[in-house]
Ligand binder design. Structure first.
Ligand SMILES: NC(=O)C1=CN([C@@H]2O[C@H](COP(=O)(O)OP(=O)(O)OC[C@H]3O[C@@H](n4cnc5c(N)ncnc54)[C@H](O)[C@@H]3O)[C@@H](O)[C@H]2O)C=CC1
Ligand SMILES: O=C(CO)COP(=O)(O)O
Length: 317
């Protein structure tokens, strides 16, 4: 099975490096020139040299010939990218590698793939992993989800490496929501830590944030067990506790009242607004998500956000 990665940000580049150990792999980049000459993605993933089996190309027609295509463009760009290239991608196994909920529609990557490239086999690769860890070959475990188990199994076998271990599930909704929603909680946790609220506050936010994730997942028909796995609990743990996470760092900046580089990919920001809308329309209680959305659009300051959580009516856990 041939594999290509479309999108050469930190994660796409890291996956291409990791999978190059298994055989030839193509990485498509809009701006391939520098990477072709330097054999490194100096901008997004410095100090990780490309193996010989990795070919970087700006030619999408060439890259799209592979049987398995990993889609590593950011979440809010996914639909436009697929719509522009639907003919090239028709009939392929398309694996979303992005995490989030679409701002304009409230849906996740699997539904976007299904809508834009109807006869593709849609899947998602998600779970706790920093790009630099994967590129360096550090031990990592991820979830691969596809609606049909035979597709999930085929992808699990094709994309597992000696250091990257994939678990499979057919619960695509649970897998994509786990990865999407943990980023919103990471922003909340970063904010708490940045504002000096302490480790106990972070633990409370992680736990009650997880309860919100479970609530949204149940509403969307996911299996709660999926959220207890790598995509969900696993990714929540990583992203809410490490400055390696851009979403957590966005929160740190909010908590400290500092500026944050707007060009940084922080999927949790758009997802917070998307999920807040879905929750409001559905009557779901997601107060942490609402507080994060309020912090981001500046309708709440940190003090008001904390008060909005602490002053809620007392309830059973
Ligand atoms: N960086 C990480 O450690 C991890 C990232 N992810 C997910 O991977 C996705 C991508 O994130 P990163 O690679 O880290 O972001 P990044 O900011 O490093 O790179 C994004 C890349 O997407 C490209 N891009 C943007 N719009 C595009 C379009 N319309 N067509 C083609 N290319 C386009 C940009 O040129 C850039 O190379 C996100 O959803 C993120 O949540 C998942 C796990 C780990
Ligand atoms: O998804 C990630 C880890 O699993 C990466 O997190 P950030 O996008 O917050 O950097």
């Amino acid at each position: 099975m041939s594999v290509s990665v479309l999108g050469a940000g930190a994660f796409g580049t890291a996956l291409a490096i990791a999978l190059a150990g298994q055989g030839a792999i193509t990485l498509w980049a809009r701006d391939a020139g520098d990477m072709q000459s330097k054999r490194e993605n100096t901008r997004r993933l410095p100090d990780c040299r490309f193996p010989d089996q990795l070919t970087v190309t700006p030619d999408l027609d060439e890259a799209a010939k592979a049987d398995i295509i990993l889609l590593a463009v950011p979440m809010q760009q996914l639909r436009g990218f697929l719509a522009d290239n639907a003919n090239l991608l028709s009939g392929k196994a398309l694996v979303a590698c992005c995490k989030g909920v679409e701002l304009s529609t409230g849906v996740g990557p699997i539904q976007i793939i299904t809508q834009e490239v109807p006869n593709a086999q849609a899947a998602i690769l998600t779970g706790p992993s920093f790009a630099a860890d994967i590129a360096r070959g550090l031990p990592t475990a991820l979830t691969i989800a596809a609606a049909k188990d035979n597709v999930a199994k085929m992808l699990q076998e094709a994309l597992t490496t000696p250091s990257l271990r994939l678990y499979r599930t057919t619960d695509t909704i649970g897998a994509e929501l786990g990865g999407a929603l943990k980023n919103v909680v990471a922003i909340a946790c970063g904010t708490a830590m940045g504002a000096g609220m302490g480790e106990s506050a972070r633990a409370a936010l992680m736990t009650r944030g997880y309860a919100e994730m479970q609530r949204m997942a149940a509403y969307r028909g996911a299996d709660p067990e999926t959220l207890a796995g790598l995509s969900g609990f696993g990714d929540l743990t990583l992203t809410c506790t490490s400055e390696g996470s851009r979403n957590y760092c966005l929160g740190l900046s909010l908590g400290r009242g500092e500026a944050f580089d707007p060009s940084t990919t922080t999927e949790g920001a758009a997802t917070a607004h998307a999920v807040a809308k879905v929750a409001k329309d559905a009557g779901l209680e997601m107060p942490i998500t609402m507080a994060v959305a309020g912090l981001l659009d500046k309708s709440l300051d940190v003090k008001a956000a904390v008060n909005s959580l602490l002053n809620r009516p007392l309830k059973e856990e």
